[in-house]
Design a protein around this ligand. Structure first.
Ligand code: GLU
Length: 503
């Protein structure tokens, strides 16, 4: 690299998604490192939509990218929604004329040429190469062909694609911000490659160069899967006589079990940012977690706010080796963030998930039609804040506690205790509850448990175990007096009677 990254000025970086799918964890990783890079150097972050592969674009692909980036806390200074007239438009499909202008320049100089080979011809060529043990490559059959040959092909109704001609045995190399020095030889790059398809659309490797150049992009940070594209892009820069930006190839995310690149088939790992959101991962936790996929600061600390990460970010600490997706670490990180939430904020976040209704459990909560859902959720958050790893667990608890009298409590858990003593405790509790004045707003259940202990002489485990089972279905329950606040008096009596009958 020619410049010290610590002294960078006028940085312009971009995140350039193709709307061929929803925001994936790998996309989010690229977006996040570009964002950290831009913000760390007080530069400009650009969002560009690379939508030229029109057949693969999916409805709402672009909206999903934008919505989920916003949710993650990643913003940009320029993009389709914030055009800078100097650089707009930001959709590649709206920039076709620009690309074509450069294509014409290359055709004029003889550095690019028209290729009239048909699909069948190309397939046959590749099959033949494979059969003889050669790496598939375009053999240059239309390079330097005469005007007459071209006219004959046109007369047959063939539409040409445009290929860039690669010089022989030419080195394309760059000092990668992450990988160090990387070199490719033009003889091993698959031959002259297409820069404009026969339908007039530029290919990715061409459009990206024109855009990065015209948008004054200084540093290109993108996934490692693009590393073989970079020499092709450098070839385009060279052919046009342009200086290329710095490149950095971010390590991909790997599945620790298969030790392979994370793929859509890895069902046990959530792939899309919206899934993390719907499961109740906090955006701050996901941001923190992704920042450690391929980068780490000095030291052992792992929990950092976005602002801290912006300050600390140092591209020279990006990792060359695979980033393994560690589910346990993600859950731990999320739990740490949940613990720090203010209870009202936590309640609001759970309620938002319920309103959005994107998961079965959210729909179940909604279907309960609880008269005071907010209070119910608030109490569950209060009880379980320090235990849960994601907010969906809070919704599961809501569903459970709201219908506790219909759940199948396993009363055999009480078999290890003296039956008479268990019944004595439960009955005493029932007496105390029944003795409550009807207008008492918030009974003091802690005091009530003490009173049961005094009246029965039962203490400790022998006292709490039966109450836990009766009121929660589990012997290891959180503070029972807090759980009791979730219930009406009639529910409490019903639960006690069920326990007395079945113990
Ligand atoms: N549209 C490309 C992608 O989604 C962008 C690659 C790049 O950043 O150059 O992979």
């Amino acid at each position: 690299m020619s410049e010290d990254p610590k002294l960078k000025k006028n940085v312009r970086v971009r995140y350039a998604p193709s709307p061929t799918g929803f925001l994936h964890i790998g996309n989010a990783q690229s977006a996040l490192f570009n964002f950290l890079f831009a913000r760390h150097y007080h530069g400009t972050m650009v969002l560009r939509i690379e939508d030229t592969d029109t057949k693969r674009n999916v409805p709402h692909g672009e909206d999903s990218q934008i919505e989920n980036l916003h949710w993650l806390g990643i913003d940009w200074d320029e993009g389709p929604d914030k055009p800078n007239p100097k650089y707009a438009p930001y959709h590649q499909t709206e920039r076709q004329d620009l690309y074509h202008r450069y294509i014409l320049q290359l055709l004029d100089k003889g550095l690019a040429y028209k290729d009239y080979a048909t699909e069948e011809e190309l397939t046959e060529m590749r099959d033949r190469q494979k059969a003889s043990g050669d790496a598939p490559h375009y053999d240059g059959r239309w390079y330097g062909r005469s005007e007459a040959d071209q006219q004959a092909a046109e007369a047959k109704g063939l539409k040409p694609s445009i290929r860039l001609h690669l010089p022989e045995n030419h080195e394309y190399s760059w000092d990668d911000i992450i990988k160090g020095h990387v070199t490719f030889n033009s003889d091993n790059m698959g031959g002259d490659f297409i820069i404009e398809k026969s339908n007039g659309m530029p290919t990715y490797n061409f459009a990206v160069v024109i855009d990065d150049y015209l948008m004054d992009i200084t540093d290109v940070l993108r996934g490692d899967d693009h590393i073989a594209n970079t020499p092709k892009q450098i070839a385009v820069y060279e052919a046009l006589g342009l200086k290329h930006p710095n490149f950095g190839h971010i390590t991909l995310i790997y599945n620790p079990k298969t030790r392979k690149k994370l793929s859509k088939r890895d069902k046990e790992t959530l792939q899309f940012i919206s899934q993390y959101k719907n499961q109740g991962y906090l955006s701050e936790a996901i941001f923190n977690f992704i920042a450690f996929l391929g980068w780490s600061p000095v030291g052992e600390k792992e929990i950092f706010s976005k602002e801290e990460l912006i300050k600390l970010y140092d591209p020279t600490r990006m990792s060359k080796s695979p980033a393994y997706f560690d589910q346990q670490k993600l859950d731990w990180t999320n739990a740490e963030y949940i613990k720090k939430l203010d209870l009202d904020d936590m309640t609001n976040r759970v309620l938002e998930l319920v309103t959005e209704g994107q998961t079965d459990v959210a729909k179940q909560v909604e279907a309960l039609k609880l008269p005071d859902l907010r209070e119910f959720v608030y109490q569950i958050c209060r009880i379980y804040q320090s235990e849960v790893h994601k907010l969906s667990e809070i919704m599961e608890k809501v569903v459970y506690y709201a219908q506790i009298t219909k759940s199948h409590i396993d009363y055999t858990q009480l078999d290890i205790f003296d039956h008479n003593e268990v019944v004595k405790v439960l009955k005493s509790f029932e007496d105390h509850v029944k003795a409550l004045k009807p207008d008492v707003a918030a009974p003091d259940f802690k005091e009530m448990i003490q009173a049961v202990s005094r009246d029965t002489g039962v203490k400790g485990r022998n006292l709490y175990f039966p109450l836990n089972v009766a009121f929660t279905g589990s012997h290891s329950a959180p503070e029972i007096d807090q759980v009791l606040k979730l219930y009406s008096i009639s529910t409490i009596i019903e639960l006690l009677e069920m326990a007395i009958k079945n113990s």
